[in-house]
Design a protein around this ligand. Structure first.
Ligand code: B12
Length: 587
């Protein structure tokens, strides 16, 4: 993206005032009691985590992704009990809230609805915190978005002591919401409310939801974690609790990141997230991926228990929203693996893990220091949490890494000190695909405008690299774009083709909005769309997203399941008068 918005907003209220307002609210919004607190005799999950870590137990996290409150509450009780009967303990449940909960309450009705659950007030939150004796974790779409304050108030009243997800603040954009000042003010006020509670409440941040899913160098991701810790703990006075894992595919990187984190962070961690990007195949293949990351995580916790729970992601996760039996199987698998894992310690070469951990800590600290100094030089008040957060959000991961990344600068890109697993993998996939297609003359001079409908960027990253490999000119229109903006960018770039990557269950509505906008502008260009081509039908009673590939085709766009289908569509592209050539490739 080429836009360079101002890093400061003079109209924004200072952080100190926002924190004070949050503190005042603590008179009315005090921490309620949950079934977890009663059952375990603790004041907070942090206290529980310290106790269990001390005992050397591997805690387990289960994620629930149903849309209905009744079904969620029922599933939590049923799962906890069924696991107990198998001698498996689920210590915490993560609730996948719907993205519409990110809006302030008055805007939620008119916002579209995604695939998650919607909780409308303290009573709804309390139903969750009383559904089972495990801790309830409210992560996504709470903090970090404009609805942060009402969500946090309700969660606190219901007795939740792990609230997130600060990582989202830095990357997520809700459709048709551009007021980042209001988002920042709501988030900092909510953090003030959390900091003022007597009991210790964990401010959860899933690093992968933030910049860790975007930086090409893991030392930048580690440095960003240190900056978040500084904001939450030093500037706000709350406790920062970190989670990572989606994109950490190499066991060595996972173990090293954990070892480095254990040296720098003493607040208990929420959970180590599953390496979900590795789930590509059938359930049987996914079990291998599950074992691969869990073994690394359990070994890391044996080495230094940071209080994190492990998160065994059900092996059907890439196919559908997992059901109760699938969640139970994954939990059972993890518990058994924990028993086996101790025997693996002797097989592990710690020196390799420690060497990378050293690099992460050193590079991460330097990244954090140079980034804070660089922001100060650009006029940002880095002692004000609100000003600092807004500047980082506006800066974005790519520019931060370009300015302050620690790898040596080369031709256009820095050489990462610890390369990010996800980028290495996608670069390799793109290169292999291009090589397999064996271009006859590489002469594809199409101008392709590429954008995403939501936070998922990796599909677009892969498509971009593959198109460049074919010789196409890729114009990155941006991430989480409204349909009208994407068409506008395509128009400005005089593009030959629009390529869209979408994952958040709005594929059909978005396609229709793009086609309508093209028509309104009198434009006619091919629209390719790939990713997760599904949507929850309006009149559905199953609450599950359905495939919308045929409807996308009927709307006049080209649905692409993979890169081969993209290639076929580009080759079939009708002449457009620009004279640009599609790929001329061997079959
Ligand atoms: C990585 C990931 C994330 C990362 C994204 C990081 C980033 N910056 O990109 C993070 C952690 C941030 C994330 C967040 C969320 N995620 Co997510 N995520 C995934 C995951 C694990 C992988 C997706 C991915 O990047 N794959 C890598 C790409 C390269 O592989 P691929 O998809 O197979 O791509 C191929 C094709 O699709 C095609 N392709 C893709 N795009 C395009 C475009 C064109 C033009 C073409 C031609 C081809 C093409 O090319 C590839 C090669 O064949 C999937 C689950 C899974 N295993 O698929 C869930 C998944 C997509 N996420 C999901 C959800 C629900 C979310 C959240 C809402 C969760 C939450 N509560 O926070 C948020 C999103 C919030 C929002 N605002 O939308 C759901 C979507 C549900 C649905 N639509 O049915 C999934 C399916 C998980 C699940 N089973 O529930 N997620």
């Amino acid at each position: 993206m080429t836009r360079h918005p101002q890093l400061t907003a003079p109209g924004m209220r200072p952080g100190a005032g926002l924190l004070e307002e949050g503190r005042r609210m603590a008179r009315d919004w005090t921490l309620g009691r949950s079934l977890f607190m009663e059952a375990e005799g603790v004041a907070s999950e942090a206290q529980y985590k310290r106790r269990e870590a001390e005992a050397g137990r591997i805690m387990q996290h289960a994620h629930i992704g149903f849309r209905s409150i009744d079904r969620t509450v029922g599933a939590m009780a049923q799962l906890h009990e069924a696991a107990r009967k198998r001698d498996v303990r689920i210590d915490r449940f993560g609730i996948t809230l719907d993205w519409s909960m990110g809006y302030p309450p008055e805007r939620r009705k008119e916002a579209g609805r995604g695939t998650g659950i919607v909780l409308t007030g303290p009573e709804d939150f309390a139903r969750i915190t009383h559904a089972s004796p495990a801790a309830a974790h409210f992560g996504d779409f709470m903090l970090g978005l404009p609805g942060a304050l009402s969500n946090t108030q309700a969660a606190i009243a219901a007795g939740a002591t792990s609230i997130g997800n600060l990582g989202q603040y830095f990357t997520f954009r809700l459709p048709y919401w551009d007021d980042d000042v209001a988002t920042t003010e709501a988030t900092v006020t909510a953090l003030g409310l959390i900091a003022a509670q007597e009991a210790e409440i964990l401010v959860h941040s899933n690093l992968d939801d933030g910049f860790a899913g975007l930086f090409l160098d893991m030392t930048s991701a580690f440095g960003m974690m240190l900056i978040e810790k500084h904001i939450v703990e030093d500037l706000i006075g709350a406790r920062a609790s970190f989670c990572f894992g989606h994109h950490f595919s190499s066991p060595l990187t996972r173990a090293a990141f954990h070892a480095a984190l254990a040296r720098e962070i003493d607040t208990p961690g929420t959970m180590l997230f599953g390496n979900t990007v590795a789930y590509r195949g059938t359930p049987a293949a996914n079990y291998a991926s599950l074992a691969n990351y869990l073994l690394a995580d359990i070994g890391a916790l044996f080495q230094a228990h940071t209080g994190h729970a492990v998160n065994p992601v059900p092996v059907t996760e890439n196919l559908r929203i997992p059901d109760i039996d699938e969640i139970l199987d994954a939990q059972t698998f993890a518990a058994r693996l924990s028993e086996h894992a101790a025997g693996h310690a002797a097989l592990v070469d710690r020196s390799k893990i420690d060497a990378i951990a050293d690099r992460l800590v050193l590079g991460g600290r330097r990244f954090a220091e140079t980034a804070l100094a660089g922001l100060r030089e650009r006029g940002v008040d880095t002692h004000d949490p609100a000003a600092l957060m807004l500047a980082i959000r506006r800066m974005g991961a790519k520019r931060m890494e370009a300015f302050w990344g620690q790898g040596a600068e080369g031709s256009g890109r820095r050489t990462p000190l610890v390369p990010a697993d996800w980028a290495e993998e996608l670069d390799r996939m793109a290169a292999e695909w291009v090589a397999r297609r064996q271009p006859r003359d590489g002469a594809c001079d199409l101008r392709v405008v590429l954008g995403t409908t939501d936070v998922h960027e990796h599909g677009a990253y892969l498509v971009g690299r593959a198109l460049e490999g074919l010789g196409a000119q890729v114009i990155e229109a941006g991430v989480a774009l409204d349909a009208e903006v994407l068409v506008q960018r395509a128009c400005e770039a005089q593009a030959d083709v629009i390529a869209i990557s979408t994952y958040n269950g709005i594929a059909l509505g978005y396609t229709r909005a793009v086609m309508a906008e093209l028509k309104r502008q009198g434009l006619d260009m091919p629209v390719l769309i790939g990713g997760k081509l599904n949507e929850i039908p309006r009149n559905s009673n199953s609450d599950l997203p359905a495939d919308v590939t045929p409807q996308i085709r009927a709307a006049g766009a080209v649905p692409c399941a993979d890169l081969d289908e993209m290639l076929a569509a580009l080759r079939a592209r009708p002449g457009d008068g620009h004279g640009a050539r599609g790929p001329d490739l061997a079959p």
